[in-house]
Design a protein around this ligand. Sequence first.
Ligand code: GLN
Length: 476
Amino acid sequence: MYRSFADIRTALSQGSTTVASLVQHYIDVVAQRNGELNAFLETYNEEALQQAHQIDQKIADGRAGRLAGMVIGLKDVICYQNHRLQAASRILDGFHSQFSATVVERLLAEDAIILGRQNCDEFAMGSSSENSAFGAVRNAADINRVPGGSSGGSAVAVQAHMCTASLGTDTGGSVRQPASFCGLVGVKPTYGRLSRHGLLAYASSFDCIGTLTHTVEDAALLLEVMAGADNFDSTASTQPVTPYSKQVEEQPKRGKVAYIRETVESEGVSSEVKEHILRAIEMLRSEGFTVEAVDFPLLEYILPTYYILTTAEASTNLARYDGVRYGYRSPRATDLESLYKLTRSEAFGKEVQRRILLGTFVLSASYYDAYFTKAQRVRRLIMEKTKAILAEYDFILSPTSPTTAFRVGELSDNPLQMYLADIFSVQANVAGIPAISIPCGNDTEGMSIGLQVMGNFFEEAKMLAFARFLMEKCAN
Ligand code: GLN
């Protein structure tokens, strides 16, 4: 069992394993554990083994790429050419990707292997990975708990050592919150740092592809390989990509760190989570950092802003799934209108339907200004206020989530309570800045606690180096 890609690389260079035996090992773990964990929807065993043999040959010839030996799972919203894709939804029954996402192309070009596609909340809407047409994902640390969401399958697959790393997506916390619940490192880069070409859109002005790994170093390497401009996505930034995998090793400068007062003082945050965050703050002070509390009076507006804007964007993005061109089509339809209605009512789950309705409402002519326009203005204020903090401080710290992993079924009938699971993670998406969740200990029931670090726009390198340092110190 290898925890990190660095371990795999060492084993490969010493000849103590081969890529083929590594892939076979992951396939065996999936066979043993996936029945109860429900993390992978599908694996491509034959194909992955065949690629592994080719990569072993490349290693022998000295022409292997930088990710030779990296075995990756994809959340079921990221295209992989000629493989099925369905956003854990019936509406995409039978759909196959016609091309690969840009990020996938870049991973493959460096000899990573894609092992399979992973379960998630339908169309990435959720915080527990229970909203899937294929059943809930279970946390490998305790199968009665959720893994978080929406990238829950991607998190559990790494947690249970079914693959080396996963790609998830983070629109409001869906990489960081499951990372926090599963004891992993989850990175949401700056909006636009990674191309979204080949990602099924949920809320286009928030969506980011991100990584789930055991170590910050692995995340840095994956980001370095995937990041950069893309002709297929005009929102992908042309800012140069720096060598994150080297920069992550640097010692962070003893600068200024802010934490948002409400995130450690508020009632809703579990006492054990608070305790661990305060301990991390103390540790940073003793290491020579200046750590100060700042107020963020807009905190209570973040979730409403997020839910107005994301449901609006989702209602338009999901309009294309209508049963006409691809995916599920209701067999009961008798004319065009009933085809649309029945197809969408039968094949979208409850949460997706709720959001399409909400989004349609906030975009309707008579409410547009009252909701959508206003939420856009508030988004701007949140962004400006966040920027102002980051002009004075290097990073903003908070818990990733107010609690550790909750029980399966505990919040599934309470959408508002479920939305609160993202109270600390959505700020980074509303503002567009990068953020990372790292493990910082366990609660008394053995469930992991996540610490979130937010950084300034395109300062991934600085954020990753700080997070690596912090994670090492938290482990001691
Ligand atoms: N839980 C949040 C939501 O349901 C975040 C989802 C995400 O980041 N994809 O919208």
